[in-house]
Design a binder for this molecule. Sequence first.
Ligand code: ZN
Ligand code: ZN
Length: 297
Amino acid sequence: MALNLLNLSILFVLLNIINPFPFAEPRTLEASTTPFSKTLQNLRGVHRGQNAKGVGELRGYLQKYGYLTKGSSSNDNFDENVESALKHYQAFHHLRDTGVVDDDTIKKMSLPRCGMPDIITNPNPNPNGLVGAPENYTFFPGSPKWSKFFLTYRRTSGATVSINETAVRRAMRDAFQSWANVSPFTFNETTDRSADITYGFHRGLHLDLYPFDGPGRVLAHAFAPEDGRIHFDADELWRSNGSDIDFQTVGLHELGHSLGLGHSNDTDAVMQPNYDGQRRSLSQDDIDGIQALYGQN
Ligand SMILES: [Zn+2]
Ligand SMILES: [Zn+2]
């Protein structure tokens, strides 16, 4: 029993070490019928100095995605920290940085998206995504990267999903190939449990600190090198033909995280955080990012 408890605490510590990202709260967002969208609608026009129901939820959203580190998410006071964080969010997403919840901000925050934060609070050797910064790729804190160029990957079994197995494997094979084409990496599929990168579908709570949230909202997340885990939310309406949530689009994005890229504020990049339709080709910004980390192929 003592040993089990010890193992559990070691696991917990390890999870905290390898997941140093502020996206722990399963905060949710989705199209117009959801509570968060309604919250945003109710906050339209609210600004600094006001106290309004729902500001705490907005604060939680901004914390989850790396725009805000201070304050309690139960605090409904729209203070200068919330205003500043909202301006950062708006600047990253190329909206007018008014610091007010306006229509464009509501629309953007209502898109399904990746569960990883946009702005990582630690100093970054390539500190993009800040107000006034040029459009560009980012890395994780400390720029973690793979120490080898020959990587294996494995499909893990998991929850049943709305897309068939052949389509899943083909989409991921194509996604791996897209990154291999512009980098020194070679990827080979394996069934070996020692695979470097693993991917699979999970529902709700699933053995990490970041439970999924049902259809819409957060679609997937992945861990920085050399962790290798990629998790997709099993509750999405995954498709292989570009409709609903295009699996290959999200796979290509999450694989970028597995290789060491953070979110980009280039609206053309595969590594931008929101899902706004099929996007299966890497942009110049994605290519510049992976080559800055590993060199050319
Ligand atoms: Zn992402
Ligand atoms: Zn996960």
